[in-house]
Structures are given as C-alpha cells and as structure tokens.
Design a protein around this ligand. Structure first.
Ligand SMILES: C[S@@+](CC[C@H](N)C(=O)[O-])C[C@H]1O[C@@H](n2cnc3c(N)ncnc32)[C@H](O)[C@@H]1O
Length: 263
C-alpha cells in the first residue's frame, strides 16, 4: 500500500514544506534577513524576498544538498556583479538540479549565463576514504547523486530559468578542464578530493580579478589540506587565495588576494 501523502518526506510532501518553514525561522533566518536587507542587490526588498520564496519553492520540490543560507551567499555574489557584460557563472556538481534551478534564477536576475558541469550519472568510481572535520569517516559511493540530465533539465524548466543554462555532460576531467572563458562566480560541490582538485584547477585560474569561487566541500580534511597547500596553488600558477571559513566551515569562499595599493 502506498503511504498517505501526509507521511511522505520526499520532494513535494507537506513534511518538506514544514521543514522549509522551520529552517526559515531558525537556521536560515539571519541569512534571509541579511539578503533581503541588501539594498545594493536587485531593485527592491520585495524583489529580493520574491527570489527567496522561489528558492524555498525549489527546495520543497527538488532534492538538494545545500542550505538556503549557502545559496543566498552565492546569489549575493552573482547579483553584486549584475549588468556586467557577459557575466559567467559556473556550477560544478548539479545533483538533482535543486542548486542549478536556484542559480539559474539568480543568473537570470543578474543578466548572464550559467554553465553547468556534471556527469549526470553521479559520483565516479573511486577509492577515496575521507575524514570530516568532526572526525567522522566519509565515503562517496559511485553513482550517488545520480540526477540524470533530463531530470535536472526538467527541474530547471519547472522551477528555474532554463534560458540562461548551458549543460556540459561528462566527467570533469573531460569537460571542465577544457573550459576557457573568464569566470565571475563559481560554485563547486563535487564531494571527491579528485573532483575538487580538477574543478578548482580548471576554474580558479580563470576567475576574473574580482571573481569568487565557492566550495561546498570544506568539511573534508583532505580538501582543507589541499586548499592550505601553497604548492597546489603554485602548480596552478596562481597566488594562494584568501579563503573564508577554511578548517571551520563546510561552505568556503575563495578569492584572489587583492592587489595591494603600493602608492
Ligand atoms: C553533492 S552532488 C551536488 C549537489 C548539488 N550541488 C545540490 O546542492 O543539490 C555532487 C555532484 O558532483 C558530481 N560529480 C562528482 N565528481 C564528478 C566527476 N569527476 N565528474 C562529473 N561529475 C562529478 C556528481 O554527479 C553529483 O551530481
């Protein structure tokens, strides 16, 4: 017998909507308040609040692996750069399309394009065994988060802005690595150290001088070690970035060091 809709917990369920409401008044409250009060982003507080509501609508209907606060931080970075000719936002790691739909709404509001990379068949086979910052063992099973391209497209068509999206299907080594355009904002949520290494190596050196890259994998000790390793950045031919949250947070913000004014 199929469980009644009141007992279901997945996308579209009443449980899910209640959870969103609960997070809105607890975990994400500060982030939402901060975002809605940012007068420099969009024309009015009502427009900013509408965007937040659309994000919550996506959360209620599409499985996602991020918090509203995290997506609002990326969105703020995108909107700060709006109306810039050829604004390019990159997402590496789309999952089932929840983050993609939200990013597409932000990019549509800013005027630009969203370039999305994923295998669309989940995590690749790997033998990585991780330890998280709180000492837990973490493994990523091959095939986990396998949101097919058709599923992600459908999520974006129903809840996001498909007209700004460009999808690149395949292993990062064969796709992101060949990406040559200047990048304004990048979001890398790829779980594996090898995938982080590949995406950051391809995208970070392509950031515009005021660009920013976010990583959702700062809870893994191996990722912290990679980002703290000056040799890694030297091998990419760049200076080590300024990293907010390293060794403390799951969600990291990486920016090129500002050139010091020597005059
Ligand atoms: C945690 S999920 C992304 C979740 C999504 N950002 C969200 O918040 O809903 C990680 C994604 O990275 C992708 N991925 C990881 N390593 C990859 C690789 N080497 N090549 C292509 N895709 C990869 C997986 O297919 C998966 O969709």
């Amino acid at each position: 017998m199929k469980p009644s809709r009141w007992y279901r917990r997945g996308p579209g369920s009443p449980y899910r909507k209640l959870q969103s409401l609960r997070f809105l008044v607890t975990r994400d409250r500060q982030a939402v308040r901060g975002f809605v009060s940012r007068r420099d982003l969009l024309d009015s507080a009502l427009d900013r609040w509408r965007l937040v509501r659309r994000f919550i609508h996506v959360t209620n209907h599409v499985r996602g692996y991020h918090t509203l606060g995290e997506m609002l931080r990326v969105t703020a970075a995108i909107l700060e750069r709006r109306r810039r000719g050829c604004l390019t936002v990159v997402e590496a790691g789309a999952g089932f399309g929840g983050s993609t739909a939200k990013l597409s709404l932000a990019v549509a509001a800013a005027g630009g394009r969203l370039v999305v990379f994923d295998s669309f068949r989940g995590i690749p086979p790997n033998d990585e065994v991780h330890e998280s910052l709180d000492g837990r063992r973490v493994v990523f099973r091959a095939g986990a988060f396998a949101g097919r391209l058709a599923v992600v497209r459908r999520a974006v068509e129903r809840f996001g802005a498909p007209e700004v999206c460009e999808f690149h299907k395949g292993w990062f080594e064969d796709t992101v690595s060949g990406f040559c355009d200047p990048v304004d904002v990048a979001l890398v949520d790829v779980d594996l150290l090898s995938s982080t290494r590949t995406c950051v190596a391809a995208l970070y050196p392509r950031l515009r001088p005021d660009g920013v890259l976010f990583s959702q994998d700062g809870h893994l000790k191996a990722v912290v070690e990679l980002f703290a390793d000056a040799g890694y950045w030297a091998s990419l031919g760049v200076e080590p970035p300024v990293i907010e949250g390293l060794g403390r947070d799951k969600f990291l913000r990486l920016e090129p060091p500002q050139k010091r004014d020597l005059t």
